[in-house]
Ligand binder design. Structure first.
Ligand SMILES: Cc1cc2nc3c(=O)[nH]c(=O)nc-3n(C[C@H](O)[C@H](O)[C@H](O)COP(=O)(O)OP(=O)(O)OC[C@H]3O[C@@H](n4cnc5c(N)ncnc54)[C@H](O)[C@@H]3O)c2cc1C
Length: 386
């Protein structure tokens, strides 16, 4: 039966669905196998008991500078403009993140804040932003503000997120974190910032609605597919499959984790339904310091829904990934570093010995991709496959 398909795609997130759609449009019959009982991968959203569109695997905001990706996705959804704003709960105050002049005003009061802003303007002139690292390399007032932002906004947040003691957090990971020299409080500056009007799952339904695409959910590909680097062949069931196989699931699992598991950070995502119209002052509030969770999302801000007296929030508790645990069993964030990259490279080398196998996506390439990057990679791959 698999021989009837011109390509097989494993995983139905953005990587798999994009590749499948492009191949289908080239006239190829494509089969997608998905382990979960739904499509859309980590982009999956659903209407909850409050009637609110909720993102099951954490809040997802579309933002990109990539016109090709935007034009491609626009074919499958109406987009509504959405500019994301994040607030941090710091020293008992709600302040804009990235840290900006408004954050300084709220935390330090008029007089002190005026001095800080003046010092920043004097040092950096008309620049719109600087990095925390630049501030830390500065002198006097500049350095002090750098230390404050580093300590109160990033250090403990990063330590919680990655499960490490604060003293182990490498300052270089924050080298690109911006401090805004003005009052622009948008979280992203990309050209295209939108949310799909009817949600991501609907976008996926439209993308997958094509006569050449067949989707099978509730199928764990590992129970069917055997990749053998020695012979350079992949078998599905009892058949050797020689046409393209696009693997968007974890790379290590395809080879039985023979060299050891690739480590990830995971999350416990706790959804709460609240009998209030609004819970918090922005879509996302970060809790860098005291709490166990890192952030709370209130979905109505993302979806633009107007529902009185009810709201839905999600708290994120970072934890170690363990496929057998009750919580934390979803691999969310690859833990990028030299050692893990070397481990990944061994799996990529095995995959490279199988001519018709393509690793694509966040799990298969062991890289943190935003959704636009995942779509861009899959578009490129589908282009290459003739
Ligand atoms: C908490 C969080 C928030 C994020 N927020 C944003 C954001 O705001 N904006 C943004 O641009 N990006 C965001 N991202 C990134 C975004 O989620 C990814 O870019 C995107 O989901 C990657 O898609 P993918 O198809 O590569 O992976 P996935 O969506 O994970 O899809 C892989 C699929 O493979 C399936 N699979 C796994 N194993 C098997 C198997 N053995 N057999 C069959 N199927 C299998 C999985 O079930 C899954 O459906 C966020 C990521 C996280 C973790």
């Amino acid at each position: 039966m698999y021989e009837n398909f011109d390509a097989i795609v494993i995983g139905c997130g953005f990587s798999g669905a994009t590749a499948a759609r492009c191949l289908a449009e080239k006239g190829k019959k494509v089969l997608i196998l998905e382990k979960r009982d739904h499509i859309a991968g980590n982009m999956y959203d659903f209407i909850d008991e409050n009637g609110i569109l909720t993102h099951k695997y954490g809040p997802h905001i579309f933002h990109t500078n990539n016109k090709t990706v935007f034009e491609f996705l626009k074919r499958f959804t109406d987009f509504m403009p959405y500019e994301h704003r994040v607030i941090g709960r710091i020293d008992g105050q709600y302040v804009p993140i990235p840290f900006n002049f408004e954050s300084a005003d709220r935390l330090f009061g008029k007089e002190k804040s005026a001095k800080i802003k003046e010092a920043l303007k004097k040092e950096y002139g008309d620049r719109e932003k600087v990095t925390v690292n630049e501030l830390l390399e500065g002198q006097g007032e500049i350095r002090k503000i750098g230390e404050f932002v580093f300590e109160k906004v990033f250090l403990h947040y990063t330590a919680k997120q990655w499960g490490m003691p604060p003293e182990k957090v490498d300052k270089s990971v924050l080298s690109r974190v911006p401090v805004v020299l003005g009052y622009d409080d948008r979280y992203f500056q990309d050209t295209y910032q939108y949310m799909p009007k009817d949600g991501y799952t609907k976008l996926f339904e439209n993308m997958l609605r094509h006569e050449n695409i067949t989707v099978k959910t509730n199928v764990d590909a590992l129970s069917l597919i055997h990749a053998d680097a020695q012979s350079g062949k992949v078998t599905i069931g009892d058949e050797v499959y020689e046409k393209p196989i696009i693997w968007t699931a974890p790379a290590d699992e395809l080879f039985g984790c023979v060299f050891g598991r690739l480590p990830y950070r995971s999350l416990y995502l706790k959804i709460e339904h609240i009998n209030k119209t609004w819970f918090q002052p922005a879509a996302v509030v970060n809790y860098p310091n005291e709490e166990d969770f890192t952030r709370i999302t209130e979905f109505k801000y993302l979806t633009g829904q107007r529902i009185e007296g009810k709201t839905t929030i999600m708290k994120e508790y970072p934890m170690q990934y363990d496929p057998n645990a009750e919580k934390g069993n979803i691999p969310y964030y690859p833990i990028v570093g030299q050692e893990n990259q070397a481990l990944y490279d061994k799996y990529a080398e095995l995959a490279g010995k199988i001519g018709n196998l393509y690793l694509c996506g966040r799990l298969a390439q062991y890289r943190y991709f935003n959704m636009d990057a995942a779509v861009a990679e899959a578009l490129k791959l589908a282009e290459r496959i003739s």
